[in-house]
Ligand binder design. Sequence first.
Ligand SMILES: Cc1cc2nc3c(=O)[nH]c(=O)nc-3n(C[C@H](O)[C@H](O)[C@H](O)COP(=O)(O)OP(=O)(O)OC[C@H]3O[C@@H](n4cnc5c(N)ncnc54)[C@H](O)[C@@H]3O)c2cc1C
Length: 548
Amino acid sequence: MKRFLFTPGHEQETFDLLIVGGGVYGAAMAYYASLANLTVALFEKEDFCAHTSANSQKVIHGGLRYLQSFDIKRVVESIRERQRFYALFPHLVQPLPCVLPVSGWGTKSREAMSAAFFVYRILQSFVCRGGLTAHGDKSPRMLSAQETVSMFPHLQTKKLRGGALWYDGLCVEPERVVMSLLKSAAGKGASIANYVKVNEIKRINDDILSVSLQDRLSGKESEIKAGKIALCTGPWFKETFKFASLPEELEKLTLISGVNVVTNPLTDSRASIALKSEKPENSRLMFVLPWKKYSIAGTIWEEGGDSPSQSFAKTETGTQLNSAVHETYPASMQPPAKLRSHFGYVPGEKGSNKHPADRILSHYKLVSREKEKQDDVIQVVGVKFTTVFDVTLKALAKLFPEQRFSDTIATDTLPVGSPQDSPETHLKLLQKRYGTTFSPELITMLFGILGTELSAVLEKYVLPGLKEEDEKKSYYHLLRGLTRFFIEEEMVVSLVDLIHRHFFPGMPGLPEADELEVIALEMTSLLDWSDAERDKELEKVRSFAKSC
Ligand SMILES: Cc1cc2nc3c(=O)[nH]c(=O)nc-3n(C[C@H](O)[C@H](O)[C@H](O)COP(=O)(O)OP(=O)(O)OC[C@H]3O[C@@H](n4cnc5c(N)ncnc54)[C@H](O)[C@@H]3O)c2cc1C
């Protein structure tokens, strides 16, 4: 995927669709629009997936929670969307067992959860028919108290009456989902660039809009024309772009900030556990889920104000997390050590006395930015990573009512890297082929990032020049090859993006000193940096790690 470069010729061209924002919503929109053969341009002001989409709790929800409010439509929608993720990204999204320990009576009691599971199983069998059944889905069930404690031995057993077990999906690296969608769109001809900020939108005539952009790398300003514009700007949904005045529907919204904390592993289980404090003032569920070799705990929600700030340490998350865990777990357990925060914003309702978590929008919004022409410039206000495909298809249908957008999962239109058949088959082949050069563990890890792209990447970027050397030297050679791949094919321009979003996305701290040195030296040579430039880049990597 090459960065779109502005030439005078582009000022004459009119794109069918211009997308602002390279998070998951912008990327999915570019993917579906390109599959429908529209001419597409997408601009992201920073690196792709630099904000909310990277900092979510990474759960692809199956919609069980909507049964509490009898919102059957949304349960069905969530089951379908989770299945779609399994089908599109089988190497990136895996079923995540989730356990809610049950005690006492009420809406989360054993009886209530059993009844909810009964209804859920019926809905699940209704949704998981036809094409989606191939990807399987596990049914929720009740666990005995003994089974629950065997999964989570630290759990307090005094009032425990068992556990409710259901399955959501876990998207370990959302950055790879976004990258895969963008590459697929680029493969179909979409013009895509990171570090390009959209500053202004103007209407030229009834059919054509013009957009002023600034290339943040060269400083150059340009104008691009488009028939329709989709603003997939995440928490920047109040930006006016000096266009029409902000619609009331957006004016009424505010931001709710949320933080998830990456900790030492808090349980030995590969399942997620829902922790509930017994203190009435702290009745919210806190989920602890396994992520890579860590746990992620959260989400802690707070009032977020009107515009996103870059602060990553606004809340006393460590303290809140400690008390939530210890109110449910015995104090003898190791205290959770906060290693990193994943921080972001979601849209919520303004001004009421409700807790911020209860003001988070429950449903997406598609808001027209012009009163006169309702279907030309729309703001996509997403509320979930999970429902991104459903929402972007609806947004496209609103923008292009005449056009048909296919939401079937056809094997020839799978996103880049997605296996057409079982991921295990590919993994075994790759391990057999490269397992003597690189360890099967390393191949498994790389497959989890690149999927079926891995073979081609190794062939092009790693195997040439690889000598029969010791394991360490081969590993350094791999790091250098991948550095070149990320720069040439994923538009990486800075060391901080390369380390924190491509090599080690979302991970706490810094890589090993030797890994960092090898990668930094290779990048310096490929991008022709001076020593002073490299030192500056290294400093940014260190301060980013400290800031979160
Ligand atoms: C703490 C937290 C936990 C969450 N957990 C979950 C979860 O477990 N499951 C789930 O389904 N959902 C979850 N969500 C919700 C989910 O993460 C979001 O709904 C989704 O990621 C939003 O994606 P987006 O593309 O709209 O926004 P973003 O990912 O923020 O992308 C918007 C992009 O637009 C760019 N942009 C803005 N203005 C401009 C401009 N002028 N020019 C160019 N580019 C611009 C930004 O730089 C940004 O990269 C969570 C959210 C938070 C905050």
